[in-house]
Design a protein around this ligand. Sequence first.
Ligand code: APR
Length: 227
Amino acid sequence: MKESNNTVVFTGAGMDTESNIPDFRGKDGWWRKIDPKSVATIDSFHSNYEVFREFYSTRLKLLKNVKPHKGHYILADFEKRGIIKSIATQNVSGLHSSAGNQKLYELHGNINVIKCENCNAKGTLKDFLDGKSCSVCKKEELRPAVVLFGEQLPKDAWDLAYDSIKQSELLLVIGTSLEVYPVNQLPKLSKGKVVLINNEDLGLDSDFDMKIIGKAKAVLEQLDSLI
Ligand code: APR
C-alpha cells in the first residue's frame, strides 16, 4: 500500500456486517431466509408491491440505529491521507459516506434515497415506510433507489468505478462473495495487484495476488497500524 500510487477499494456487504447489517450469502445472510426473486426484482416490485415494501421497510428500520464501524473510518482516513483514491461499493447502506469517504461509487444505489418508479419524483423515507403513494403522481410506486435484480446499474457510478479500478495499481476487495454480475467482473480489470480481504476463502486463486482471510474491521485496524 505504501508503494502503490493508485490504491482503490471495492467493498461488499461483508464490510457492513460488523455494523450489524446482515449480508446476503453469509451464514446469517438475507438470502438464506428470503428468496431474492420474491422481494428484490423489478417483477416483485410490480407484482407484489406490499411484500416488496415490507422487505425494504424492514431493512430501512434496521439501518435507523446503525453506524459506521472503525473499519469504515479507517478507509475514510486513508482517503484523506491519499493512501486510497476511491471506493467502489455494492453496499446501499451509505455507511462509507457517513464515515466520510468522498470518492465513493455506489454501484447498487442507496437504500436511503426514495423515488417514485412511475414519475421518478423524489419521495420521503417516512412516506415509503408509511405506505403512502407518490406525492406528485399519487401512484403507489415509491421505492428505494437501489438496483434490483434485472435492472441497469447507475451509469455514472459504473463508469467511475470502471475507470478507477482499471487504473489501480492495487485493488483491495473487501467483504464480497463476488457472486453478482456485472460488478463481479470489476476486480479482473485492475492492471495491478488484487488483494482479497474476506472472512471466508472464496477460492478463485487465479484472481488474487494475495488473500487475507479475516474480518474486515480487524484487518483494516492491522493495516492502519502497519501503515
Ligand atoms: N469481514 C470480512 N468478510 C465478511 C464479513 C466480515 N465481517 N462478514 C461477511 N463477510 C463475507 C461473507 O463471508 C461473504 O463472502 O463477505 C461476503 C459477503 O457476500 P454477500 O453476502 O454475497 O454480499 P455481496 O457480495 O456484497 O453481494 C452482492 O448481492 O443481493 C445482492 O445487491 C446485493 O449488493 C449485493 C450483491
